[in-house]
Design a protein around this ligand. Structure first.
Ligand SMILES: Nc1ncnc2c1ncn2[C@@H]1O[C@H](COP(=O)(O)OP(=O)(O)OP(=O)(O)O)[C@@H](O)[C@H]1O
Ligand SMILES: [Mg+2]
Length: 346
């Protein structure tokens, strides 16, 4: 149900509300169980034709969010809804129905392909699974996608190990697109590709999006790719969103000290290179339940006593721009200068 009848606005295409996923780990049978809070209180929406980039360093919880959105991992709490319909783990019928709307491209194409099956058969396999292989329209569209991606018949009759990395990634993209999903979750789809193939793949993804109005949840480490691929960016740190907003706003004038450090680590990314970065110190700790207050405080040069005690909320600080930081939310930092109350804290 979209909720568009009876005068209510339609539900967002994808709605993620206070999503959490905690893993229990026991190093020794007699040891206490340690809880890893891989994802905590994550909220965002995605509309048709939109691209949201999810960024953050290794272990920040990006893939876990993707797996929760696909319903292939049980959540601890919170909700995921596609057009108002809840996504839940373990309900195979619902998951199969959902897979027509939400598809995923993984980082390593070989993980998604069967080494013993020719790639053409793997591309059209989702049509068989959904009983659409008899549909002329769907088969014609599958052929059109393969042609658009430059997958000629000589390539299609090969096995995965007979293709290059770029060709394999195009096969995986084609396989994800044949069901005409409304949402494509891309988990580091470019990181195994060289720069020229990356550019081609970005072009392909953008072209497909323009043609179909599909929405992308685009996970990447690479902030340069974000500028090409997305209009909105959400920055994760140890399982929580620390900043979210329009790409140009966040990259031009990042507010959270972690985002500032990320942006400053890529030379030439910010339009104003005078943007003062807040240097990061130390390694990221584990997102365990022992960590109190703001998760960034052990590395944050701006940390105040309150940051060690209270978890900051993600609060609006501008047009569609939200930040989770006690210090910043008292007075947003500008591009060139830190305001006195922050400068004092350094
Ligand atoms: N099945 C699991 N059991 C226990 N811990 C897990 C499990 N899956 C992920 N984690 C932990 O959850 C945290 C987030 O992992 P996740 O794979 O989502 O990070 P990521 O942001 O995708 O990292 P990367 O950029 O390296 O791919 C990590 O600390 C990871 O070790
Ligand atoms: Mg990952």
């Amino acid at each position: 149900m979209t909720g568009s009848c009876n005068g209510r606005p339609p539900a967002p295409l994808l709605e993620v509300v206070n999503l959490a996923c905690h893993f229990g780990q026991r190093r020794h049978p007699l040891a206490q169980r340690r809880i890893i809070r891989a994802v905590d209180d994550v909220t965002f929406t995605l509309e048709p034709g939109e691209s949201l980039a999810l960024v953050g360093e290794s272990g920040s919880g990006k893939t876990t969010v993707a797996r929760l959105v696909l319903g292939i991992l049980p959540r601890t709490s919170g909700d995921v809804r596609v057009r108002g319909e809840p996504v839940s783990f373990g309900d195979e019928t619902r998951r199969k129905a959902l897979s027509r709307s939400v598809q995923m491209i993984f980082q390593n194409p070989l993980d998604a392909l069967d080494p013993l099956v020719r790639v053409r058969n793997q591309i059209i396999e989702p049509l068989h699974i959904h009983g659409l292989n008899g549909s002329g329209g769907h088969m014609a569209r599958a052929s059109a996608i393969m042609a658009d991606l430059g997958l000629e018949s000589t390539l299609l009759s090969r096995y995965p190990h007979e293709l290059s990395g770029g060709q394999l990634q195009r096969v995986v993209i084609a396989r994800a697109l044949v069901l005409e999903p409304q949402i494509l979750v891309c988990d580091e789809p470019l990181s195994a590709l060289d720069v020229s193939i990356q550019a081609q793949t970005i072009d392909i993804l953008k072209r497909q999006q323009r043609a179909t109005g599909m929405a992308y949840l685009f996970i990447t480490h690479d902030l340069r790719v974000v500028r090409h691929m997305a209009e909105r960016i959400a920055v994760m740190y140890l399982g929580r969103l620390v900043e979210e907003g329009p790409v140009e706003t966040v990259l031009h004038a990042p507010q959270h000290p972690y985002t500032r450090a990320l942006v400053a680590s890529v030379p030439g990314l910010s339009r104003r290179d005078r943007t003062r970065s807040v240097p990061l110190s130390g390694e990221p700790p584990k997102a365990s339940s022992a960590l109190r207050g703001c998760r960034f405080h052990p590395r944050c040069p701006l940390a105040e006593p309150r940051c060690r005690a209270e978890v900051p909320e993600l609060l609006p600080i501008g047009e569609q721009h939200r930040v989770s930081c006690h210090v910043v939310c008292e007075g947003p930092m500008q591009s060139e200068t830190l305001p006195p109350h922050i400068a004092r804290g350094r």
